[in-house]
Structure formats: C-alpha cells, structure tokens
Design a protein around this ligand. Structure first.
Ligand code: ATP
Ligand code: MG
Length: 381
C-alpha cells in the first residue's frame, strides 16, 4: 500500500487521432514537472500516476500547474484482492469526517468478483457500522469516497482542481511581445495554456531603460517558464530606432510608429523561430495605442495572425490572472519601459496612415531593423 498522485486530464481533448500524441505529451510534461521532487510517472489505464514523491504538497503544486491537467487526487494504491483491507482503508480515509457521504465505485477490471453497486453497498455499510458520525446521502453528499478497481485498487476523497488547458507543444508555436507590464505575461500564459509553445521578444532601450528593467522582464520570463516549459527570450536593442522616431516623426505619432517597428521585428524573429503567430497584451481602449484605429495600424505590418487574448478584459480581470500566475508582484515593480520613455503629450487615438507612412519614410527602416536583429541577445530560460 502506498500514496500516489492520480492525474486526470480534460476528456474532451482525448477523442480522435490526436489522443496518443496528447497523452504522450502530457506524461512527458507531468514527468518533468515532478523531476525535482523525485517522482516516478507512468500511464496506466488512461490515467497518469506519480509515485515515490518526496514532498507530496510540492508535487501537487507543480502538477496542478501543468497545462492539460484537469485535476489531481492523492490516492491510496493497494492490492484489490483483499476486500476487507479496502474497507479498513476506506474507514481510515473517512475517520475525521462528520456528516454525509457516498461511495462511488468504478470497476475497469470487469472480472472483479463484485460489480460497482455491490462495492458501494459493502463499503458504505462498513463505514456506517464503524464510523457513527457518518450518514449516507447519495444525492448531495458532503464527501464522495471514490474507489477505482483497476490493476490495483485506488481510494481517494478530494480531487484538487488543476489549471486545465492542453499540454504545451500540442498546438504549434507563437511569439509573445513581452514588456515588463502586467498584461503581456498574462497574454503569453493564456495562449500557452492552449498547448502553444511560446517564445518572447523584449525591446530594450538602454540607457533610457536600465539594466534592472531588463532583469525585471527576465524575472517575469523565469516565472512563466515553469508553466510554459521553458521560454526563449530575444532581447532586442531598440534605442536607435526610438531615437530616430523621436527625431524625425510627428510627436503625436511616435508611439504608434514605435509599435509598428516592434511588430516588424517580432515578425522577423517569429519567422526565424518557425512561430505561427504573434501575441500581445493589448486590450481595447486601455491606452492611446490600443484604440481600434491604432490596433489596425499595428496589425498591418505583419501577415502573421496577432493573438490578443486579453483584448476584451478589464484591467482588474487581467490583474486577477496575474495574481493567480504569480507575475503580478514582479510586474508591479517600478521600472521604466521603453514605451514610457518617449511618451507623446497627445498621442494620436485615430492615427492616419498617410502621416504614419510619411514619418516612416524618413527612417532607413531596413537597415535599422537588420541592425536590431543582428544585435539581439538570446536568453534561454
Ligand atoms: P503591458 O502591461 O503588457 O506592458 P501595457 O498596457 O503597458 O501592456 P503598452 O505599453 O501599450 O500596454 O504595450 C502593449 C503591448 O505591446 C504589450 O502588452 C506588449 O505585448 C507589447 N510591448 C510593449 N512594450 C514592449 C516591450 N518593451 N517589449 C516587448 N513588447 C512590448
Ligand atoms: Mg507596457
């Protein structure tokens, strides 16, 4: 007899031809999540199990963050042949509970001598006999004691809800424009949750933005990397482009033009990394560069789809996710971002394309972009 972690995944994704691939990826992701707590991970009978864990709470913390995991249970694994021992163990699991319960048995081993209703009845009866504080309620029980008869018997009471989603790597690649703010880490996390492998591009304007501002972004990437199964960050030197925009373009248009250069560079890096989309943390109307007009001006420099998963969220809704994924505190540290260095006094909220193009024509875009990409630093986390 031993305690194991039983891992369940969203069954909706398990239909059709993708099932074996999905399962293989999920086992791989769970295995690497528990590697440092010494767990042994295997797949049996359509469920993933983890055993031999040093610190079970830490294993649960890690596994419930793995995209694709629906819930986990601490389960007792024991031989299924000694039914008396199963009853004793059931009573041990339920001994601290006062109130209503029911037993829910499932038998995937159809040769087992008792069927599910019989198992429910026998264990239920044993529990009432031995634990006078328990009362059966099959409709709305406070606690459900699950008993699964597989190659072994598994007993557990409380499923712990996990993050859901799909395993990273089952749905292609995308490139996140990662700033030091609250929104973009959330955006990257949301797309990764759908099984997408995410890498990041960060624009850095040294010395207008400090070394510490860059470190903050790498800290955010480090926090994300646990859920994202590692992340590659491209740190792009952006000072020259920003200076030129600042000198040569209409002041009200500097932010929107800067965003277009960010998109162009991210587009090239994404293609090099075989990424199929860009991701930003934009939300309609949050700032001048995120009006409907401005968003279509930034979109038009790339033919890659641009995913903006927080587009319809209020700031507080984004903050709630940032808190859940542990990025909020780091995002809130007060370091300057390249967007805040040269902020125009009256940014254009309805930018006109001819003014944008006129401004951009004064820059040697090709050379500036090539130099920025050439000098990009790649950090794997
Ligand atoms: P965030 O909280 O994500 O910084 P924000 O509300 O501050 O967003 P903006 O500064 O307008 O909004 O940036 C909009 C989006 O552009 C960001 O969500 C991010 O995807 C991208 N972005 C902004 N600054 C940078 C940067 N320095 N490097 C990479 N991407 C950036
Ligand atoms: Mg920002």
């Amino acid at each position: 007899m031993r305690e194991v972690l039983q891992v369940r995944f969203g069954e909706i994704f398990l239909k059709g031809l993708n099932r074996p691939h999905f399962l293989r990826m999920l086992v791989e992701r769970v295995r690497s999540a528990v590697k440092e707590v010494g767990g042994h991970t295997w797949l049996s009978d359509g469920r993933v199990y983890v055993s031999d864990v040093g610190d079970m709470d830490e294993a649960i913390r890690r596994v419930t963050k793995v995209f694709g995991v629906h819930s986990v249970c601490r389960a007792i694994e024991m031989p299924k042949d000694d039914f008396e021992a199963i009853c004793v163990q059931a009573a041990e699991l339920m001994k601290d509970h006062n109130g209503t319960f029911k037993v829910s048995a499932r038998r995937s081993d159809k040769r087992y001598p008792m069927d599910s209703p019989k198992i429910n009845g026998e264990i239920g009866y044993y529990l009432i006999e031995h634990l006078p504080n328990l009362k059966v309620d099959v409709r709305k029980p406070e606690v459900v004691l699950s008993v699964e008869i597989r190659d072994q018997a598994y007993l557990y009471t409380k499923p712990i809800l996990a993050v859901g989603g799909m395993p990273v790597g089952t749905n292609g690649r995308a490139t996140l424009l990662l700033s030091g703010g609250i929104d973009s880490p959330v955006a990257g996390w949301m797309i990764a949750k759908r099984g997408v492998k995410v890498d990041a591009v960060h624009f850095h304007s040294f010395p207008y933005t400090s070394e510490r501002a860059k470190e903050k972004v790498l800290d955010l990437a480090r926090i994300l990397s646990e859920s994202l199964c590692g992340i590659r960050v491209h740190v792009v030197p952006f000072t020259d482009i920003q200076m030129q925009i600042h000198e040569k373009c209409h002041e009200d248009y500097t932010t929107i033009i800067m965003r277009r250069y960010m998109m162009r560079i991210a587009d090239q890096i994404a293609k090099r990394e075989h990424s199929q989309a860009l991701i930003t943390g934009e939300s309609i109307g949050q700032v001048a560069s995120q009006t409907m007009h401005a968003l279509s001006c930034t979109d038009s420099v790339t033919e890659l789809p641009v995913f903006r998963p927080v587009i319809g969220f209020d700031k507080q809704e984004i903050i709630d996710i940032a808190l859940k994924i542990d990025t909020y505190e780091t995002s809130s540290l007060p370091f300057e971002d390249c967007c805040t260095v040269f902020t125009p006094r009256h940014p254009a909220t309805k930018p006109k394309m001819d003014i944008i193009l006129d401004g951009e024509s004064k820059l040697d875009s090709e050379a500036l972009i090539a130099a920025a990409i050439e000098n990009t630093e790649v950090v794997d986390l």
